[in-house]
Design a protein around this ligand. Sequence first.
Ligand SMILES: CC(C)(COP(=O)(O)OP(=O)(O)OC[C@H]1O[C@@H](n2cnc3c(N)ncnc32)[C@H](O)[C@@H]1OP(=O)(O)O)[C@@H](O)C(=O)NCCC(=O)NCCS
Length: 405
Amino acid sequence: MKNREEIVIVSAVRTPFSKFDTAMADIASIDLGVMVMKEVIERVGVRPEEVDDISYGSCVPAEVALELDVPGRQAALLAGFPAENISLSLDRACCSSLTCVRLGVRAIKAGEAEIVMAVGSENMPRTPHLAPGLRKGERLGHIRLVDPLFELGYMAKGFNPVAKDAGEVALEYGVDRQMQDAWALGSQEKYARAREEGKFKIGEELMPVVIAQKKGGPVVIEEDESPRKTSLEALARLKPIYGSPTVTAGNAPPLSAGASAILMMTGKRAEEKGLRPLASIETIVASATAPREIATIPAFTIQKALGATGLTIDDMDLIEINEAFAAMPLVSTKILAKGDAQKWEELQKKTNVNGGAIAIGHPVGASAARITMTMAYELRRRGGGRGVAAICGGLAQGEAIILRV
Ligand SMILES: CC(C)(COP(=O)(O)OP(=O)(O)OC[C@H]1O[C@@H](n2cnc3c(N)ncnc32)[C@H](O)[C@@H]1OP(=O)(O)O)[C@@H](O)C(=O)NCCC(=O)NCCS
């Protein structure tokens, strides 16, 4: 390892996260990526040519396929980064944008880069149906269309829908439907309160999305579109989806479009440039386990991150666990509490204090960077502290980061 210096986040931004059928859902994920890539450097006066390395995550390849491939390279060029810029487009499912942060940290530590960018971008509603077999020609009969969004699973290769695995494993951990609905209601309520308090405002984690119109002024999107008022009674009435015993449209996140970006450099470089870091990265780790155990992986990845730093969960002022479904924060905080009911309560109170993906939305490749910046900005509002953010990704992959502000 060549560089043992502190690595800091100097800028972090995201677009609002869209609903399924609104104006943002027509924008290619690459173009959403371009918006955050420009904004994240402009905010801190870093020039495109100063960024040595860009990692770009997305995990709905069927949507990217409308523009072919290498979305990171395309977005970098469209955003005005020099032709010589090195980028990597990657897919580690919902972990992707934290994987990008991890690769950036690794590049700085290896002495290969000084200023690095992690990007995540997704537009799930824009995902087209696939028509397999058409290239060879269908001699006779109906053609088949495949919806890659439907059931969001890996069934073609014999794996279960994520909602089924998550719901079943949650029940095995004693996390029932009522608890998941209560968490979902809490997510909506915490988000509504935070927004009312001005926490999700333009200039902090959010940037506006401006969509030019053929006639008249542009459409400007400045707020997340999915949050909704709900109640335990309304949530209880919803039917489970995709063969899951517990997961419903109410305790799952919606299908969203959105992008996020994080800019990192050494603390020394930030000081030289007169930049005030948003957060210092204490560690970032990846993990994986048996695919069915996806609801547990945030906990085990957090434990791995804590193990790498010698810290304990009690040293964390805040926890973010992505609400892939309500099952994930509930099961994972229960594992972290190690059978102590009071501790489980305490950990739940520290987790996703401003709401989560159930309310905000979950444009899968962009969410890991989103939970990281949501936590960093909240730690800053509180005058500092430590937090851990963790996310699960398809087939039980995990990524966790510990930040100090
Ligand atoms: C669950 C899912 C299939 C729902 O899609 P949808 O049917 O287009 O969603 P809608 O917003 O129309 O919600 C469906 C119904 O539930 C209702 N609903 C949704 N959230 C609700 C809430 N919080 N309270 C009360 N009702 C709610 C809607 O009003 C709608 O009712 P209607 O059919 O009477 O109009 C989709 O959002 C999905 O696949 N989410 C999971 C995404 C995912 O797996 N991400 C990755 C995790 S790893």
